[in-house]
Design a protein around this ligand. Structure first.
Ligand SMILES: NC(=O)C1=CN([C@@H]2O[C@H](COP(=O)(O)OP(=O)(O)OC[C@H]3O[C@@H](n4cnc5c(N)ncnc54)[C@H](O)[C@@H]3O)[C@@H](O)[C@H]2O)C=CC1
Ligand SMILES: O=C(O)CCC(=O)C(=O)O
Length: 527
């Protein structure tokens, strides 16, 4: 049974898949104190939040069972992603479900800002019939500058065009071709700032976008321009905006988000030119239901070991690629694990080669799984798909992935090469049609071994009697041999024996095997 803690208010209709799952115990409480949250998280397998719960390193460190954090929405700036990755916790979000609502909210703010609707409404509610004071401007033929042309930015553009606005956009990923396709003008940040009558930001809050709209960039704008922020507080520097409105450079602003939320007694709210909502961009019945459903399904997929649709701290893989790769997951992990268990020395480099059927597939997820298999020997179960690369890079281990046309006669081949400060070892494996995973090569020796169970790898001289002596000794220790494979470079030369046995080999048995004539090295492992 998986325990899923939901610590922010979520649409109950949206999380139905979670509430109805027979393997999930859902605990919903949006009013937990910090201490209560630490206690609840300590026994939870998953945590689902919106933007209120601050998922800090402290919180993650109090959650030994935690496997996944789900964000019902887009922005993950309330989640310590580094801490999650360090602890192998997958972070997933729901990036699509609230796009339309937030774009529509931005349009509502744009129109309200142009026509002073909130201010006029406020006056009228005070029984004041003011008309002169609230003369607005038309949107038609005005230029909307968009910074951040992702899902929401693009939706806002399409709606603004419906109002016959001219749209100019800047986004590091926006090409001339994409801009043409979307029917907007492509500009640099400076051009967008210089041409905008209304400027709207739709970027994430990251180091590069923090205070992107500041005193200097506001200086580039037209006098009397207006600014909207329905993305994240902090993209627009609040002190600079306050000053620009006070000195008349900026005619007004519409804000749904603030650097610190809730924004109570905020200086910007004292300005009549500023209209605001309390982070309501995604607050519609539809958006809340969408994001709650999307995140519930992804969280359950992670818990059940399935494919993740919207991972934030690991690369996203399309379902087609996932389908092609899934059969190879066990092979990749077992090959990594086998090789790492028989290799001596401090790990420095891992090279993974793919050929045959894997030549034209994005094999990054397989490499990640091989690395996980390799690192398990050193780090145990703490290493997983999320932190495998980071753990390797933290330890200075170089990972390379390459495609190779050499199939050695197999329809698919995965080869892993490990370099340590003492040696270089190689293993190759394949998926045999209908027969499953096989190790087909260990260093220069051709073998045919199923990578599972208890294995003994023996390096020996190819001499008569060596195999018999191993068999007798194992029998003395009541170790039954299930399969045996022998590979040799040449008759009478170096050889390797790989045995699958029915139980783990005890240390004294391994030691005695090492003392048998013609045997050079004995390594035991369990896959
Ligand atoms: N007010 C609200 O309730 C909501 C706010 N949001 C926020 O809206 C923002 C946008 O969300 P989406 O469009 O879904 O995200 P998205 O990921 O689809 O788009 C963001 C775009 O910003 C661009 N970008 C990144 N750095 C940039 C830079 N330095 N300059 C210009 N562009 C840059 C990216 O290339 C990307 O295309 C996010 O911050 C999200 O958290 C999202 C939903 C609701
Ligand atoms: O949970 C919410 O309503 C906030 C949504 C939001 O800001 C986001 O999805 O980034």
């Amino acid at each position: 049974m998986y325990r899923v803690l939901i610590s922010d208010p979520l649409s109950e209709d949206g999380i139905k898949p979670l509430l109805e799952a027979s393997d999930v115990e859902a605990v919903m409480d949006a009013s937990l104190s910090h201490e209560e949250l630490l206690k609840e998280i300590s026994t939870s397998d998953a945590l689902i939040v919106r933007s209120q719960t601050q998922v800090t390193r402290e919180l993650i460190e109090h959650a030994p069972q935690l496997k996944v954090i789900g964000r019902a929405g887009v922005g993950v700036d309330n989640i310590d992603l580094d801490a999650a990755t360090d602890h192998g916790v997958v972070v997933v979000n729901a990036p699509d479900g609230n796009t339309i609502s937030t774009a529509e909210h931005t349009m509502a703010m744009l129109m309200s800002l142009a026509r002073n609707i909130p201010q006029a409404y406020h006056q009228l509610k005070q029984n004041r019939w003011e008309r002169k004071k609230f003369v607005g401007v038309e949107l038609k033929n005005k230029t909307l500058g968009i910074v951040g042309f992702g899902r929401i930015g693009n939706e806002v553009a399409q709606r603004a065009k419906g109002h016959r606005m001219k749209v100019i956009a800047f986004d590091p990923f926006l090409t001339e071709e994409k801009a043409n396709k979307a029917g907007v003008q492509h500009g640099t940040l400076e051009e967008v700032l210089q041409q905008a009558d209304f400027l709207t930001v739709h970027t994430p809050l990251i180091e590069k976008t923090k205070h992107l709209i500041n005193k200097e960039t506001i200086q580039l704008m037209k006098p009397g321009a207006r600014i909207l922020n329905c993305a994240r507080g902090g993209i627009v520097e609040e002190d600079a905006l306050y000053e620009a409105i006070e000195n008349g450079k900026i005619a007004g602003a519409a804000l749904d988000v603030f650097e610190e939320e809730p924004a109570i007694d905020h200086p910007l709210l004292s300005l009549e030119e500023v209209i605001a909502t309390p982070h309501l961009g995604a607050s519609t019945v539809e958006a809340q239901e969408n994001v709650a459903t999307d995140v519930s399904l992804d969280v359950m997929d992670v818990l059940r070991g399935g494919a993740v649709k919207h991972p934030v701290n690991m690369p996203s893989v399309s379902s087609e690629v996932m389908e092609q790769l899934a059969p190879y997951f066990t092979l990749a992990e077992k090959l990594g694990s086998f090789l790492s268990n028989v290799t001596d020395g401090a790990l420095e480099k891992v090279n993974v080669y793919y050929s045959g059927d894997l030549l034209d597939v994005d094999t990054t997820p397989l490499t990640r799984i091989s690395v996980k298999g390799i690192l398990k020997r050193y780090i145990g179960e703490r290493v997983n798909d999320v932190n495998a690369y980071k753990t390797a890079s933290d330890k200075g281990i170089v990972i390379n992935e390459q495609k190779s046309t050499s199939t050695k006669g197999f329809t698919n081949l995965v080869t892993i090469e490990i370099e340590t400060d003492q040696e270089k070892r190689t293993i190759s494996g394949t998926l045999l049609n209908g027969l499953g995973a096989r190790i087909v090569k260990l260093d220069e020796y051709s073998i045919d071994v199923v990578p599972e169970g208890h294995l003994i790898v023996i390096h020996h001289k190819d001499q008569p009697g060596a195999i018999g002596r191993v068999g007798s000794l194992l029998a003395e220790h009541h170790v039954n041999i299930a399969t045996m494979q022998v590979g040799r470079t040449n008759q009478g030369g170096e050889a390797v024996m790989v045995l699958t046995v029915d139980k783990a080999v005890e240390e004294d048995c391994q030691e005695q095997l090492g003392g048998v004539a013609d045997i050079q090295q004995v390594q035991c492992l369990t896959l």
